[in-house]
Design a protein around this ligand. Structure first.
Ligand code: HEM
Length: 488
């Protein structure tokens, strides 16, 4: 086995392949006082944990089922299927007595300590040392020890797997070894919104390919070294310092992000891009596409700048094949420099910096799921959110400073990114979707009007509101077996 051959039985399935899901629960837990009992129970959980091999088999079964149904002219029936993964916070590892330094300070300090620097709203109090408390839901202000992910084809499937998991940890019994802090329940949106997040845009289109895993990447899909996602693999530059049990694990970032959908829609309605050929509705739709970098269908504005192209959106050989180098796109003609997808993955932009800088360390694998109900007629007509909905954002990477936090802090929240050396160029502004400003009056974005690259648009509301989160570590199966779990 060469050093960069992975054993897919060793890696949890959500990281490289993703657990197939219609419904997903994130059970955020604390370990009880009987730590040995918890670690013994982990031994019983191991057979339930979905490996990468199994996740691949599940995806292959779904594809075969879909193909067979299509050949018979039928709608495929959902296959009954489930998946389980587990990850731990630093406090959780310490509670289990696993104290070796994994060499990631953000992980060790936890997300709450990082919230101010991420730009999350909150309050500071205390003198002379001021303490920042993010405006998160109470559940996330306590220290949580880990998260169990249960994915499945339906609520019933997930509920029955959950019962099995709860029985393993005696949840609800006097000798429970784990207690639930909060469960976040997500589900894929209904009908033709399947795969779309709550603002209405198709999600999950662009992911990096991982060497030795995604061996035939689609055009435009970069391949990254395994160590960008997995610890102690090629290009994990902290590899040598990490303990051996960290190998083939990955840091899981969880963010509980609320979305103000009616308010976002009202903003689009009130600020249509004014071109003589566009109706106000089309102008609003174009504005939305230019803020996101893709149309709701998923078609990239870099290739389809003025009109949606659903065929392009659905074609994996074309829908990622762009790098913001189209004519005049250096100034954001096709895609504003601060569009969400361009901030999150600037593609060729980094090659143009005064000195080219590598993009690879900043790639992440995203695995989120929407939560909450569809917008009600009352919310739509009032333009005001009254029901909680949003995205349970999850991503994997081998280094939190280079991955999620870099994208959020250094790109999304920074108006000067991506900088341009060829003028006249605008200051790109904030990522309208996730960019967080310390002072909301300063949240602007440039070049939303394709004919005016330096014109700015004020973004009055942060439509994505963080209400909690944590940095977790998703260990390999061998680590779970030999370091985390105890024989009964
Ligand atoms: C509620 C919050 C969010 C929404 C509604 C959202 C929505 C989307 C959508 C619709 C896409 C395009 C589909 C795709 O390329 O897969 C996308 C891409 C992406 N998002 Fe987000 N996102 C959110 C939060 C975040 C966060 C917190 C980050 C990281 C800090 C992030 C990073 C990315 C990246 C890296 C891409 C891929 C860009 C590319 O490769 O072209 N997103 N997002």
């Amino acid at each position: 086995m060469s050093s960069n051959t992975l054993n897919f039985d060793d890696i949890q399935g959500d990281i490289l392949v993703g657990l197939p899901k219609r419904v997903q629960q994130y059970i955020i837990f604390q370990i009880g006082s009987n730590v040995a009992g918890f670690r013994q129970a982990l031994t019983q959980l191991l057979p339930l944990i979905t490996t990468t091999t199994q996740a691949m088999q599940n995806r292959a079964a779904i594809a075969a089922n879909k193909k067979a149904a299509q050949e018979q002219g039928k709608t495929p029936e959902l296959l009954k299927m489930s998946g389980v993964n587990i990850a731990f916070s630093h406090v959780g590892l310490a509670k289990m007595g696993i104290n070796d330094n994994i060499h990631d300070d953000l992980f060790t300090n936890g997300q709450q300590a990082d919230a101010q620097s991420l730009g999350d709203p909150g309050t500071s109090s205390g003198f002379p040392i001021s303490h920042f408390t993010p405006s998160w839901d109470a559940a996330f202000l306590n220290q949580t020890h880990g998260v169990i992910i249960i994915a499945g084809d339906s609520d019933d499937t997930v509920a029955s797997v959950r019962k099995q998991v709860e029985a393993i940890f005696n949840v609800g019994g006097f000798n429970a070894t784990l207690s639930e802090v909060i469960t976040l329940s997500g589900s894929v949106r209904p009908g033709d919104q399947k795969g779309h997040e709550h603002f209405g845009f198709m999600d999950g289109i662009s992911q990096p390919a991982v060497q030795g895993v995604d061996t035939s990447p689609n055009p435009g899909q970069d391949t990254v070294h395994q160590g960008v996602i997995l610890l102690k693999r090629d290009n994990d530059n902290t590899s040598l310092l990490r303990p051996s049990w960290a190998k083939d694990g990955s840091f899981l970032v969880l963010r509980y992000l609320f979305q103000l959908v009616p308010e976002f829609n009202t903003f689009l309605q009130n600020n249509p891009i004014k071109e003589s050929s566009l109706t106000p509705e089309q102008g609003s739709e174009l504005l939305g596409a230019r803020l996101m970098g893709r149309w709701k269908s998923g078609a990239p504005v870099d290739i389809a700048p003025f009109q949606d192209d659903p065929e392009l959106a659905a074609d994996p050989l074309r829908n990622n094949n762009f790098n913001y180098t189209a004519e005049n796109d250096n100034r954001g003609a096709n895609c504003p420099l601060a569009a969400h997808t361009r901030k999150g993955n600037p593609r060729h932009d980094l090659q143009e910096m005064p000195l080219p800088i590598p993009l690879e360390p900043h790639r992440i694998i995203r695995r989120g799921i929407p939560f909450g109900p569809e917008v009600t007629p009352d919310e739509a007509s009032s333009g005001k959110t009254s029901q909680s909905r949003g995205l349970i954002f999850v991503c994997y990477q081998s280094n939190l400073a280079d991955g999620f936090t870099f994208i959020q802090k250094t790109w999304a929240n920074q108006p000067f990114f991506p900088p341009k050396v060829l003028g006249p160029v605008p200051i790109p502004g904030f990522d309208a979707i996730i960019g967080q400003a310390t002072d909301e009056t300063s949240r602007t974005i440039a070049g939303t009007d394709p004919l005016n690259s330096t014109g700015t648009l004020h973004l009055p509301t942060e439509w994505v509101v963080p209400r909690g989160g944590e940095y977790y570590f998703s260990p390999s199966l061998p680590a779970l077996r030999s370091t985390f779990a105890l024989a009964a």
